[in-house]
Design a protein around this ligand. Structure first.
Ligand SMILES: Nc1nc2c(ncn2[C@@H]2O[C@H](COP(=O)(O)OP(=O)(O)OP(=O)(O)O)[C@@H](O)[C@H]2O)c(=O)[nH]1
Ligand SMILES: [Zn+2]
Length: 208
């Protein structure tokens, strides 16, 4: 997949950043840093300009007797907050009840990874994952639970190293809090935090 990150420009910006903080970008110790950071940014922002729908094109029809819950829990989540360009990381849980189509399980983490690899806020990321699945699979319902620790909350500012942000995004049948509860029960302890924070709207709740 094409990567839109311009490594040369990132490296030049990092040289400028190093100068701005009073370091010498030409010192032997920092000589490789600009391109190392550029390589890291190429990973962090590989999803910019990508269409995550491409990962759902191989969905397959299923019979009429489906519609029962599919849950892929504990998907590794790594993104970058758009406010501070610091990482936030944790887990994504995706539940859906199929309509007439299901998708290979690996497609779900690929959608997460694509949408996470761009400057994000957690609430929008969850909503975008839910909407991508809604549009691509036309399921009876989708529920996306994200749990993440934010570097900008843990390592600077309020310095809350233990704080975990839980967000919920729902579509279709999972807008109903009763339907959500069944998924939270399967998710166990992490899910009870989600349930506490979910509220009863289709946009879910968020606590930083
Ligand atoms: N809702 C939400 N807020 C976020 C997310 N990531 C970071 N933030 C918050 O965005 C806010 C940015 O606030 P600002 O006042 O503009 O920035 P700041 O002065 O660095 O804020 P502090 O972190 O409080 O020092 C902070 O409260 C962050 O905790 C996110 O994914 N969702
Ligand atoms: Zn931040």
């Amino acid at each position: 997949m094409e990567n839109s990150v311009d490594r040369e420009r990132v490296a030049a910006a990092v040289r400028e950043l190093l100068s701005a903080i009073g370091s010498d970008p030409d010192s032997a110790e920092l000589a490789s840093t600009p391109f190392r950071v550029a390589d890291a940014y190429s990973e962090f922002f590989a999803g910019v300009g990508q269409d995550p729908a491409v990962f759902l094109t191989d969905s397959v029809p299923v019979g009429d007797d489906t519609g029962e819950l599919v849950l892929l829990r504990d998907i590794t989540l790594r993104s970058v907050c758009e406010h501070h360009l610091l990482p936030f990381r944790g887990r994504a849980h995706i539940a859906y009840r199929p309509g007439s189509r299901v998708v290979g399980l690996s497609a779900l983490p690929r959608v997460v990874q694509s949408l996470a690899a761009r400057p994000q806020v957690q609430e929008r990321l969850g909503e975008q994952i839910a909407q991508t699945l809604e549009d691509g699979l036309e399921p009876r319902g989708v529920l996306v639970v994200l749990e993440a620790s934010h570097g900008c909350v843990s390592d600077r500012g309020v310095l809350q190293a233990e704080a975990v942000t839980v967000t919920v995004a729902s579509r279709g049948v999972f807008v109903d809090p009763v339907e959500q509860t069944a998924v939270f029960a399967l998710l166990g302890a992490g899910a009870s935090r989600a349930a506490d924070n979910a509220g009863n709207t289709d946009n879910g709740g968020a606590v930083s």
